[in-house]
Write a protein that binds this ligand. Structure first.
Ligand SMILES: [Zn+2]
Length: 173
């Protein structure tokens, strides 16, 4: 069973993806949580800035999206190569999950065998895992679209919003 925060995050993602993540959860030997689902353009901008802009600029972007400020030490590593509009998270079409230890704390150790189980079972359900682009366990379901959102997706989003992107993704799946 997912906890309330995970359920809330899942409520904002592409329904077909949400259903598959819920199905995945029932198949796993250990509990998982949803660490990220929908990520807005301004949130993506704040994330992209990390490790690229000064701490002051990064924290101004974080403040704008109600994220806690980070320290100078945290602002060293880049965490994404995706600018706003270039991650499926920006369209609610990607979900990151994380296993929980029995203590209830997230287990970020990627050597943990359950991480392999998550990726294997998620892939078997038809989800695309993000192992290749260092974002894991990340799953996405993009319908007719490729691994990275296209100009077509961004244009649809600008005109029709997220519902338009979901409708387009549903075509020719
Ligand atoms: Zn992700």
């Amino acid at each position: 069973m997912f906890g309330p925060i995970s359920i809330q995050r899942l409520s904002l993602v592409y329904p077909t993806l949400r259903d598959l993540i819920m199905q995945l959860e029932t198949q796993l030997s250990e509990p998982i949580g949803v660490s990220q689902g929908l990520r807005s353009y301004p949130e993506q901008e704040a994330l992209y800035a990390q490790g690229r802009l000064t701490l002051q600029k990064v924290n101004a972007l974080r403040k704008a999206v109600h994220w806690a400020p980070m320290t100078k030490a945290q602002n060293i590593d880049k965490v994404t190569d995706a600018q706003p509009g270039y991650s499926w998270h920006n369209f609610g079409m990607a979900v990151d999950v994380v296993p929980f230890e029995s203590s209830g704390q997230p287990d970020w150790d990627e050597q943990h065998p359950v991480w392999q189980e998550i990726v294997a079972k998620g892939t078997a359900l038809g989800l695309v895992a993000g192992v290749a682009w260092n974002d894991r366990p990340h799953f996405q379901l993009t319908g007719k679209f490729p691994e990275t959102p296209t100009d077509e997706v961004r244009a649809t989003y600008t005109v029709e919003g997220i519902d338009g992107v979901w409708r387009a993704a549903n075509e020719n799946v």
